[in-house]
Ligand binder design. Structure first.
Ligand SMILES: Nc1ncnc2c1ncn2[C@@H]1O[C@H](COP(=O)(O)OP(=O)(O)OP(=O)(O)O)[C@@H](O)[C@H]1O
Ligand SMILES: [Mg+2]
Length: 317
């Protein structure tokens, strides 16, 4: 469904080139949810924005690699082709629903814009059905309301409705619940999981929290410093992580930790993109690092459980 191969994406920062994603390869299987996890700045959103071709000069550029959406390489798509792919195949749910909604327009008019394929006289009915299925009560009465009349959780449901109105094959959700309180968060996560199952939606779910990923995703890609360090079936990666960064991420987000207890932080800080070490980006913080880790990027090794990792000195299991 979505096949990212050897993707490298740059940002142009004041005359300098910052490599935000480096040689990332990743396959999203049809009808499954794949989590992209990693701490802030690891390149998660950059992968998503590369898929949607939202990174173009002068902001940045895709320097290398291919991204196939249903077989079409979007890195080679013309602006016209790309608009068509975005209009019909990819739904996007942003972190902050207010960015997806225009305060000046009614809820109805914003959803209608995303469903040109639905006949005019069926649109209201289709929207009411969609909003109701997304857990918005009295949807028919609320169509004429504006975004500010909706709570944060309801606004995010409307943003999901806009993303789904085009009946996309691929749903990209970038930290879709981070701005919400915990109860609302769980409601939205359950909703996304149900939609995936009912609509066979291929989902890219971006989160910095591997615990959230475990609730809704079947596959995972762990990113650090712009590199996919480990990926595969989520259960395999969680049960037997090979990359020391994955191990550290799991330790830091222990499921046993209560809300008031402090999580064990990973020591050190992420690399800056302009001074990227030539080898593994995690090497400066890695307990297993040896000389070669600082010098050379490791190749990717596949495992019997279907996962793979890029590390010279993997965690002993
Ligand atoms: N428009 C931009 N111009 C220059 N650098 C950028 C731009 N957007 C992102 N970056 C840099 O690219 C790197 C990757 O950013 P990205 O937003 O992809 O990370 P992320 O994993 O999504 O982080 P977060 O969890 O904070 O959302 C960061 O170092 C960031 O500072
Ligand atoms: Mg991000």
């Amino acid at each position: 469904m979505l096949e990212i191969s050897n993707l490298t994406t740059h940002y142009f920062q004041g005359g300098q080139v910052a490599t935000a994603v480096r040689g990332a390869s990743l396959t999203l299987k049809k009808g499954l949810a794949t989590a992209i996890v990693g701490e802030s700045g690891s390149g998660k959103s950059t992968v998503a924005m590369s898929v949607m071709r939202m990174i173009r000069p002068p902001i940045g550029d895709i320097a290398e690699g291919t991204i196939r959406v249903n077989g079409t390489d979007v890195t080679a798509a013309s602006p016209k082709q790309m608009r068509e792919i975005l209009r019909t195949s990819i739904g996007f749910v942003p972190q902050d629903p207010t960015t997806a909604l225009d305060p000046l327009y009614t809820i109805r008019s914003q959803i209608v814009e995303a469903m040109p394929h639905v006949e005019r006289n069926k649109r209201t009915e289709t929207i009411v059905e969609l909003l109701t299925s997304l857990g918005i009560a009295d949807a028919r009465d609320r169509l004429r309301e504006h975004p500010h009349q909706f709570s944060g959780g309801m606004r995010q449901r409307v943003a999901i409705a806009i993303a789904l109105a085009k009946e996309p094959d691929l749903l990209i959700a970038d930290e879709p619940t981070t701005a919400l309180d915990v109860t609302t968060q769980i409601g939205i996560l359950r909703l996304l999981d149900r939609l995936r199952r009912e609509r066979h939606l291929t989902t890219m779910f971006i989160t910095h929290d591997i615990r959230v990923a475990r609730l809704v995703c079947q596959d995972v890609a762990v990113m650090y410093g712009g590199v996919v360090v480990e990926s595969g079936p989520l259960s395999a990666v969680v049960d037997a992580p090979s990359h020391p960064y994955t191990r550290a991420l799991l330790d830091a987000s222990s499921l046993d930790v209560g809300p008031r207890q402090r999580l064990r932080a990973i020591s050190g800080s992420p690399p800056t993109l302009l001074a990227m070490p030539p080898g593994c980006p995690f090497a400066p913080r890695c307990p297993n690092a040896t000389a070669i880790c600082h010098r050379e990027m490791p190749a990717t090794t596949g495992k019997a459980d279907g996962s793979s990792f890029a590390c010279w000195n993997p965690v002993a299991s």
